[in-house]
Write a new protein. Sequence first.
Length: 404
Amino acid sequence: MYLPNQKLMERYADVLVNFALGKGKVIKKGDVVYVVAYESAKPLYVEILRAITKAGGHAISRYMPDADGSFNVDRDFYVNAKDHQIHFFAGKYYKGLIDEIDHSIFIESEADTESLKDVDPKKIMLNRQAMKPYREWRNEKESRGDFSWTLALYGTKAMAQEAGLSEKAYWDQIVQACFLKSKNPVGEWRRTVKKIDGMKKRLDALPIDKLHIKGPDADLWITLGEKRIWEGGRGANIPSFEIFTSPDWRGSEGWIRFNQPVYASGNLMKDVELLLKKGKVIRATAKRGAKYLQEHVKTPNADKIGEFSMTDRRFSHITKFMATTLYDENIGGPNGNTHIALGSSFHDCYRGDPSKVTKATWAKLGFNASSVHQDFISTAPRTVTALLKNGKERVIYRDGMFTL
C-alpha cells in the first residue's frame, strides 16, 4: 500500500479547510464542519480534523468502513432493505444536522469502484429520492450564503488499478492537481482562481442565446437561458478547473456521446450516448451499465440537463484518466474536456440573489430540479460556438481552450 507523506497530508488538509470552504476564505472561529470519510482516507481525515481545530472550528465527523470484500455496508442495506426502509428519511436528524453545520467536507476513497454493481439500481434511485429534502435544505442554506462544501480525493489501490496506474503515479496526479508540492498550495489555488474568474467574466459579458457543441461525438444545441452566469474555481470540489453553467433545460436538442467511463454509486457506465428532443432525453444507451443509466433517466427530472461545463487545458493540471468524476470532469490533456450533467441544476449559476428565488421562479427560468446529478464526460475534440442574441456567432471553445 502506498502512503503519501504527512507533509503532503498537512498541505492537503490546509487547502480543504482554509481555501475550499467559504468560497476561498479561511473558516471563522466557531464554524462547524461536517467531515465524511471512509477508512481508506484515514491519514487525510486525521489531518483535516487537526486543521479544523487549529483554525478555531468544530468538527462533526462520520467515519465509515470501506466497501471491501465481505464488508460492504451499503450493499448489505440495498440487498436486505424492505420498501419502507428504502423510502425512510430521518428528517429530524438531517434537519438538525443542516441547521448545525456551516460547512462540509467529503473525502472520496473507493476501496471497490463497483461495490454496488449487483444492486437493483431502482432501489438506489428511490433511496436518493427519499433523501431529496436533505439536499434541498443544503441548497437553501448555501443560497443564503450560510453554508459551503467541498469534495476531495484520497487515492486507493482499487482506484489506481481501475485507472491503469500505479498507486504512486495515481497520487502524483493528486499532488500535481492540488499544488501539494508547493510550500503554499493555498496561494497557488488563489492565483489559479483569479485566472478562472477572469474567463468567467468574459463569458458573462457575452449576450449568449444558445450554445452549439459540435465534434465527432456531439451535435447538440443548448439554450443558456435568462439570468445565467458561469461558475467555477470556487472551492466546491478540489481540484476544480472547469467553468460551468446550468442552462435552461427546455432548449436542449441533438445528440451527444461520451468517451470516458462514468463511476456512479458503485456502478460503471461506458460509452454512454444520449439523444435529446425538446429538452428531454428520448434515448439513452450504454455498452456497459445500461440498466443503471435507464433507471437514472427514469428518476423524476433526471432526463434533463442540469449542467454544461468546459475545462481549459491551460488551467488544468490533470493529465491522466483517474476513474472518478471529480478528476475526470477536470482533466486537461490535448482536448481539455466538455461535459454535461443530467439532473439537478446549480442555483449559484443564477444572476442575482438565489435566496430570494421561489420554486415557481426556478421552474419558470428552466433551472432543473431533481434528486440526482450525474456527470457524463468526453475528452474528444469539440468546438463550442455561441449564438449571440444579436444573431452573430462566436467560437468560445476550441482545441481544449477558451478562445475569448
